[in-house]
Design a protein around this ligand. Sequence first.
Ligand code: GLU
Length: 549
Amino acid sequence: MSLEKLADLIYPDINKTIEDYIKMYPKRNLKEGAKVTRYAPSPTGFQHIGGVFSALIDERLAVQSGGVFYLRIEDTDQKREVEGAVEDTISTMHNFGLNFHEGMTGKDTSKGDYGPYRQSERAEIYKTFAKHLILKGLAYPCFCNADELNALREKQIAEKITPGYYGEYAHCRNLSTEEAIEKIERGESYILRLKSPGNSDNKVVLQDLIKGEVVFPENNQDIVLIKGDGLPTYHFAHVVDDYLMKTTHVIRGEEWLSSAPIHLQLFEVLGFEPPKYAHTPTIMKQDEGSKRKLSKRKDPEAAVSYYREVGYPVQSVIEYLLNIINSGFETWRAENPFADSYDFEIALDKMSKSGALFDLVKLSDVSKDVISRMKATEVYEKYTEWAKEFDPQMYELVTANESMAKEIFNIDREGPKPRKDYAKWMDVREKIFYFFDELFYKETVDQIELPKNVDMEEAKRIIAAYAEAYNFDADKDTWFEELKAVGEQLGYTANRKEFKANPENFKGMIADVAAVVRAALTHRANTPDLYTIMHVMGEEKVRDRFAKF
Ligand code: GLU
């Protein structure tokens, strides 16, 4: 009787029962084995690459099994909410090809029958579940203030006992219901705690889908269910929401692993079957010989926005993350170079149990492969889309010379071993600047890369002689013969043996002559095939560069 009075005093307006909600959220009509997963970010405005990692696992598992992948916004910590964060999450995920079947679709919009999908709109639901626990004697109001809790903690630490609000230390747990009612009526403020039925001498076992069997002591802490602002803690919201929304697989960061016993206990006291759990390894980075967490503060690559800004194609990031999820991806990709990466089946039990190492060098390797598999037109489209926002000058130059740009992107692309020049769109400029007079004459005139044994005077002599003999229309073999003839006249040889035997008889090798031609046209020592470059540039530009050299 007095529990009822207490429950009504705390929640006078809550008239529904948990049975009402259980009816409102029926079993989902899905085929056997279909997985229901969710991405459940707090809208703090910062998109960590770990979020994409996590959402990718959720999305793959749901889609591979014919299930549902939904977006739930966990905004119970309202101080941390940032304007626009929900929309940003949705568009970021969409950009990575991760589309929610259900959940929030915008700041105030959603789709699906298992909502609301924003926790702050579910306050009444949590209160109903909390009221149910009060009525069953499994939750109670706690009036201790922060100072009292700190004092308790300090005392426990000094006495070397497990800190926390539990058992004999849980002062308000031991108040009588009448005392609690009296305090509330007197206007004292309070929060709501679980009256934990657990005993830390007992063990609970979690069969984690990534970590395997994990054994914990049973939870005995009277954790907070409802905070002073009337909203639930993560623990309580997780259990209520994932139960009602019929999540089958909770995939979340391993920082939550240690609270799993709390969650298992909450499912138990509510009489619900818990979902399956998979705790994903934290994304780490190698830093001066040791591993550490990828940090929002220190590492630009922690932010999802970084990849867009420097121009890693979305596909590269996805393939790299699939690599981290299951190392077998790399072999699969080698065997299926042109398959859709989504045809690769991910499996949680093949995931590394410890830290997932994030490595930009490896990402760049993956990305070079991804870009090398694209057609030149796709490279053109993706590059210009990036440049439009991040390198307007290149955007102007490349779009004004569209057909040349497509030829440039096609150099050595179609063969069995395509070039792997670019890891990200930001790399393109340095690799192709010399095709554009605007950049060629401005940016690199004082950094002309000549072979070691050729000085500028000699280089000029070579170019003057070569310009005269040069025939644009020659086929590749004839072209090379002509270049060789010019070189031989000037004292260079094509015969390495002779050159090695009597270096004093020659100025150098024909390769040096070719390198000078390359330098005159590109200022660079390393470029794709020279003959091809000359043809992409066209006769006029080639002659003009010789003349100006
Ligand atoms: N809102 C929680 C977080 O961002 C979600 C964890 C979970 O997926 O349950 O860490």
